[in-house]
Design a protein around this ligand. Sequence first.
Ligand code: DAT
Length: 185
Amino acid sequence: MSDNNDTGRKRPNILVTGTPGVGKTATASLIAEAIGLKHINVGDLIKQHKCYDGHDDTLDTHILDEDKLLDLMENMFQECADDNKGIVADYHSCELFPERWFDLILVLRTKTDILYDRLTERGYSEKKRSENMEAEIMQVLLDEAKESYDVNIVQELQSNTVDDMDGNVERCKQWVEQWIANNSS
Ligand code: DAT
């Protein structure tokens, strides 16, 4: 993993991404707790601040107001950098964010049968569940991350079991410690 920083930040920012249900929010909140980073659940932020630009009746979803969301997040990133605090954000997409925000992109992956059970438990419709399963099988988010960021900062991690999650948090913690050591001068 690359850990060079030319932004002058004292703490790194991490994005946890992947298909819905792979464990982004669960993992990001554990990372935040274990390392002392600020957790931004981007989906929740969008809802709280109504970052909507109308409604898509065919897909029955709100249309994201990207400018509003990015302005809001830019302020949060600036405030955290001013306080020497790092951020761990989680979202099911990654290409919309400026590359300069993140030092590490974690792409969580889950086996099809396990993801099927999680999405069923979440009450997803059959259509929504199959769309997301297909996206996971086709590694849509991994490709999106590799196209949007330096491949050296993109890490693919398995997220099937609680042990996987604990291991991912521990690995991330070690990476952050190394990043801080490499960037303290
Ligand atoms: P996401 O934010 O990617 O949509 P989540 O964090 O809400 O996913 O997790 C979905 C559900 O799956 C939730 O009940 C927690 C569980 N889960 C997530 N990652 C897991 C893992 N590695 N092992 C076991 N359960 C996990």
